[in-house]
Design a protein around this ligand. Structure first.
Ligand SMILES: Cc1ncc(COP(=O)(O)O)c(C=O)c1O
Length: 379
C-alpha cells in the first residue's frame, strides 16, 4: 500500500469491510455494520421513483435542491425551534463532516474528539492536517467527565479549534444529557471553539430526548449541525446528508464540498425532502419498531450469558463478553455464525473497553431471534 494510504488506514479501521466480507463469505448473520435489512417507508421509496421518472436526473445546485433545503430548515424549526442561517446538502453526513473539518481547521490545529468515535472522524481530521485530542468516554456508562474535557483543552491550549460532538452516540448508544451538553457548550464558549455536531441518530432515541447542541444558549452562532436521511428513514445507501448553521460555517464547508463531489444524488435529494415532511407518527413508528428490536437483542444477549449495556439511542448495543473482545469477535463467525465488532476499534486508547463488543440490532425480528439462538449455543 502506498505510504499515504497506509497512514490513513492506520488512523481508522478497515474492520467493517473485512467483517462484512467475512459475513458474506461464511453466511454469518452480520450484526457488525449498522445498516437495516428492510427498506424505509414506502412513501419515501415512491418519492425517489417518481423523481427518477420525473426528469430529476441532472446535477443538483451545489447547495442542494431547493425542496430539500427548505425541508431541512422546516425540520430544524419544527423539531427544535432552530432557525439556521444557511443549509448545505452533502453526500451523507460523512461528507459534511469531512468538508467541515477541512474547511474550518488549518494544519497544526487540534480537534476535540470524544472516543470511542465514528471511524471517519480521525481520518477527516488528518485530511485537514490537524490532530485529534481525545476525551475518553468509559464503560459502563460512557459519561462525559468535565475534568477530562478541561484537561484536553488545556493540553492543546492555543491549538484547539473545534469540537466534534456526536449525539446520539455511535458506538455507545448514549444520548448526551443536557448537563453534559452544557459542559460542552461552556467549554466551546470559553475557548471560542467551533462545535461540529453529528446527529445522524437524532430520531432513533428510545429513552429521553435528543437535544441538539445548537439549541443551548450561545451555541447556535458557533455550531454546525450535521445529519442525514440514512438512519432516520432506513435508507443508508442513499447517502443524502446535510449541515446547517451560521452562514460562515456553512460557507466554509461548501467551499470544500464543491471540490470533493460538487453535487449529486438529485432524485434522492427530492425523496429526502419527502422523507423529512412525513408526519411525526411515521418517525415514531420507526423508532418504536427499533426499540422492540433493541429489547429483543438485549434479551438474547443476556440469555447467552453476555452483559448488554442497554442503549438509549442509535441501533447499537454493547455487551461485555468477559474476555478479549478482538479475539472473541475474530472466531465468532466460525463458532456460531455471527459477525460483531470489538468496541475497542472505536477507541484510540485500546485498553479503555477491552471486553466490549458492539452488536447492531437494526435487523428483522426473525434474524435477531436466529442470532439469539446461535449466541445461546456458545454455551
Ligand atoms: C455517528 C455516525 N455519523 C455518520 C455516519 C454516516 O452517515 P452517512 O451515511 O449519512 O454518511 C454514521 C454511520 O454509521 C455514524 O454512525
Amino acid at each position: 500500500m502506498p505510504p499515504a494510504a497506509a497512514r490513513l488506514a492506520g488512523l481508522g479501521t478497515t474492520i467493517f469491510t473485512e467483517m462484512t466480507a467475512l459475513a458474506v463469505r461464511t453466511g454469518a448473520i452480520n450484526l457488525g455494520q449498522g445498516f437495516p435489512d428492510t427498506d424505509g417507508p414506502a412513501a419515501v421509496i415512491e418519492a425517489a421513483v417518481s423523481a427518477l421518472r420525473g426528469g430529476q436526473n441532472q446535477y443538483a445546485p451545489l447547495p442542494g435542491v431547493p425542496a430539500l433545503r427548505e425541508a431541512i430548515l422546516e425540520h430544524q424549526r419544527a423539531w427544535y425551534g432552530l432557525e439556521p442561517e444557511d443549509v448545505l446538502v452533502t453526500f451523507g453526513a460523512t461528507e459534511a463532516i469531512a468538508s467541515a473539518v477541512m474547511g474550518l481547521c488549518d494544519p497544526g490545529d487540534e480537534v476535540i474528539v470524544f472516543e470511542p468515535s465514528y471511524d471517519s472522524y480521525t481520518a477527516c481530521v488528518a485530511f485537514a492536517g490537524a490532530s485529534p485530542r481525545f476525551v475518553t468516554l468509559r464503560p459502563p456508562d460512557f459519561g462525559l467527565d468535565p475534568g477530562a474535557l478541561r484537561a484536553a483543552i488545556e493540553a492543546g491550549r492555543g491549538r484547539v479549534r473545534a469540537m466534534l460532538v456526536n449525539t446520539p452516540h455511535n458506538p455507545t448508544g448514549r444520548v448526551l444529557s443536557r448537563d453534559e451538553l452544557q459542559t460542552i457548550a461552556d467549554a466551546c464558549i470559553e475557548h471560542d471553539l467551533v462545535c461540529i455536531t453529528d446527529e445522524v441518530y437524532e430520531h432513533l432515541v428510545f429513552n429521553g430526548d435528543h437535544v441538539p447542541p445548537a439549541t443551548l444558549p450561545g451555541m447556535a452562532e458557533r455550531t454546525l449541525t450535521i445529519s442525514s436521511v440514512g438512519k432516520s428513514f432506513s435508507v443508508t445507501g442513499w447517502k443524502i446528508g446535510w449541515c446547517s448553521g451560521p452562514e460562515a460555517l456553512v460557507a466554509a464547508t461548501r467551499t470544500v464540498k464543491q471540490f470533493l463531489t460538487f453535487a449529486g444524488g438529485t432524485p434522492l435529494q427530492h425523496a429526502a425532502a419527502a422523507a423529512l415532511r412525513l408526519p411525526r407518527t411515521e418517525l415514531d413508528a420507526l423508532r418504536d419498531d427499533l426499540r422492540a428490536k433493541r429489547d429483543q437483542l438485549c434479551e438474547g444477549l443476556a440469555a447467552a450469558g453476555l452483559k448488554p449495556l442497554v442503549p438509549a439511542g442509535t441501533y447499537f448495543i454493547n455487551a461485555d463478553v468477559g474476555t478479549d473482545s478482538t479475539r472473541w469477535c475474530a472466531t465468532l463467525p466460525e463458532r456460531c455464525g455471527i459477525v460483531a465488532i470489538p468496541t475497542s476499534v472505536f477507541y484510540d486508547d485500546k485498553d479503555a473497553a477491552p471486553t466490549l463488543v458492539r452488536f447492531a440490532f437494526c435487523k428483522r425480528p426473525q434474524v435477531i431471534a436466529e442470532a439469539a439462538r446461535r449466541l445461546a449455543s456458545l454455551g
